[in-house]
Design a protein around this ligand. Structure first.
Ligand code: SF4
Length: 347
């Protein structure tokens, strides 16, 4: 594994290297990923105090893996959204994440009003939307995606989420989210955001119908984008949760071992290019997140306060991890907790 370790640090991991790692002893993969983590980012484990606000569960896109969409669902008013932000501020949050479904009336004015109202009333980082929302907002507003991003930035959008990436292989997307942006559209919108100085996260949603080879292609695409733009703040691996969705009849999701292999492989492939790899406690649970932090990951994500999307899909690890709990979980594995901002500054 010494060759892999050095090639990862040098940014030279190839597709064949990655495929061979999947065939090798997983414990050797975990060991090399943990060594890389230590060399690249040290022993600190970061987290952000934040709140998710899922503004609506109505959505016209109908992804097969989605358990959240509800055609007779809710849509929050601006007052309700501001109240949720106020509660988050009172709990010490530095970041608000806005998520939700996509509907035809959601144009630039719709989102600008939400974003502008939050930013006028609160000093808080706004991490919101993703390429799929940007694509449909642009269509609803008869604007280009570039101009849409520019307008939302002007309204106060700080960072864009890298959600809606799922697996960036169109044959996979055709099966699990045929109506969502295609691979090339996702890449273009992300690059436009980075060009406008809007950092984004990157994500991978794995465990439906894709193969290891698809996952590797996805991670290599993210690495290529990062080498071009430098706009990704982190990778957020999201394991597929199979309750209450159509894809659940085709896949039960992956084993814990595969969750760990995905985090470790991401560390090896992304190396110094995307140095922050998140272990999402809400998806894999706090105990598994502790192990993932010993297999290449270095971030424990957010305190959340609520996550209707994961709960709808069967996540059973709670919705809120207060700051003290975050500290405890990290210290229990002998690492150093550090509260961060959305873009990995220190609070
Ligand atoms: S995953 Fe998002 S875009 Fe897809 S159906 Fe669910 S809410 Fe809509």
């Amino acid at each position: 594994m010494d060759g892999i370790y050095q090639r990862s640090l040098d940014g030279d991991i190839t597709r064949d290297d990655a495929l061979s790692l999947i065939e090798s002893n997983p414990f050797q993969l975990f060991e090399v990923a943990d060594r890389l983590r230590k060399e690249i980012v040290g022993d600190e484990v970061t987290f952000v105090v934040n709140r998710n606000i899922d503004i609506t569960d109505q959505c016209m896109i109908k992804c097969a893996f989605c358990s959240f969409r509800n055609s007779i669902g809710y849509e929050m008013t601006i007052e309700e959204i501001l109240e949720s932000v106020r509660e988050a501020k009172d709990a010490g949050a530095t970041e608000i994440c806005i998520f939700g479904g996509v509907m035809p009336h959601m144009d630039v004015d719709y989102y600008s009003e939400i974003i502008g109202s939050i930013k006028r009333n609160f000093d808080i980082e706004l991490h919101a939307l993703s390429p799929v929302e940007i694509y449909h907002t642009a269509r609803a507003s008869e604007m280009s995606t570039f101009d849409t991003l520019k307008s939302l930035k002007k309204a106060g959008l700080d960072t864009l989420t890298g959600a809606s990436a799922e697996i960036l292989v169109d044959q996979v997307r055709d099966q699990i989210c045929p109506d969502k942006v295609k691979t090339e559209q996702w890449i273009n919108i992300i690059k436009e955001a980075h060009k406008l100085g809007i950092p984004t996260t990157s994500t991978i949603m794995y465990g439906t119908v894709e193969t290891w080879s698809d996952r590797i292609d996805h991670l290599l695409i993210l690495r290529d984008i990062q080498r071009e733009t430098g706009g990704f703040t982190e990778l957020v691996p999201m394991t597929f949760l199979n309750e209450n969705n159509m894809a659940g009849s085709r896949s039960a999701g992956v084993s814990g071992m595969e969750d760990l292999m995905l985090h470790a492989l991401a560390r090896v492939i992304l190396g110094r290019d995307i140095p922050n790899i998140q272990a999402s406690w809400i998806k894999i649970g706090t105990r598994m997140a502790q192990v993932a932090l010993c297999c290449g990951a270095n971030d424990l994500g957010g305190t959340m306060m609520e996550d209707k999307i994961s709960i709808a899909a069967g996540a059973s690890h709670g919705e809120y991890l207060p700051l003290m709990e975050m500290n405890k979980i990290i210290k229990a594995i002998g690492r150093i907790p550090v509260q961060r901002t959305t873009t990995y500054g220190r609070v």
